[in-house]
Unconditional design. Structure first.
Length: 257
């Protein structure tokens, strides 16, 4: 497999054209002249390509790996995950972006296959589920929508805004409610509001210094923002609390390396 990503225009080239996939996911000069847009994460070298340029991004991937691509129109960001690990922001959409985006998967040769998941199954990346926040809430709005928080589109986007407003009003009455702080912090994270998420998670860690949810997502935010020393500190503490957690071990090694 060459790459995974998004593009605005479908190519009319024949599939056996040797440059077909590269033009689609690397966005060479030809596509730039046609005012198309796209981004791609390449499996062979781990590079990310966007608007005609590319560079090192994440690890390479191959058969058996699960790669996720997260697209957020509210904050205009794209990031990828590999086997449940967030690799950081790959690129930003144009602020006035209004085109239709198509998911793209590129192969080096014919005959390959890939399984895709658009939300019919749980995502490998646990930030897009509620598996890491399994405590039952008394908040009726959380209970109603807790299985839908990973959809940042149409009515679900409005739902997330309403849910955050609801949590904010509740936290004004009970500012040290650790569950609602962690939940709002995670929702901010999902929506790409990393500064707000960081503030909630830091506030939570002042109340519960070993809170694993806060350490995880603050560590991810620091990594995505290229604050590697701070990310390493959070993940190192998280690893001491959860020494057998496979995800923590993998992310810790990624940041340390």
């Amino acid at each position: 497999m060459i790459g995974i990503g998004y593009c605005t225009k479908q190519s009319n080239k024949k599939i056996n054209d040797s440059n077909y996939i590269n033009n689609m996911l690397m966005l060479g000069q030809e596509n730039m002249e046609n005012d198309s847009w796209g981004c791609g994460y390449h499996g062979d070298d781990g590079y990310s390509f966007y608007s005609g340029s590319g560079g090192p991004y994440g690890e390479s991937y191959t058969t058996g790996d699960i790669v996720g691509c997260y697209l957020n129109f509210r904050e205009n960001i794209v990031f990828y995950t590999k086997n449940g690990i967030n690799l950081g922001i790959a690129c930003y959409l144009r602020s006035n972006f209004k085109d239709i985006l198509y998911p793209c998967v590129g192969f080096r040769s014919q005959g390959g296959s890939v399984k895709v998941n658009f939300g019919n199954e749980n995502f490998k990346y646990s930030a897009m589920t509620n598996e890491d926040i399994n405590k039952q809430s008394k908040n009726a709005l959380i209970l109603e929508y807790q299985e839908k928080v990973y959809f940042i589109v149409s009515e679900y986007e409005n739902m997330l805004v309403s849910l955050i407003d609801n949590l904010t009003k509740s936290l004004e009455k009970e500012p040290n409610n650790t569950f609602e702080l962690s939940y709002r912090g995670k929702l901010y994270f999902i929506m790409g509001k990393y500064d707000a998420a960081f503030e909630d998670l830091t506030r939570l860690l002042k109340i519960e210094p070993d809170n694993t949810i806060a350490l995880r997502y603050r560590g991810e935010i620091n990594f995505m923002m290229k604050r590697y020393h701070e990310s390493f500190a959070d993940l190192e503490k998280l690893l001491r609390n959860k020494p057998n957690d496979v995800w923590v071990k993998k992310v810790y090694e990624l940041v340390r390396g």
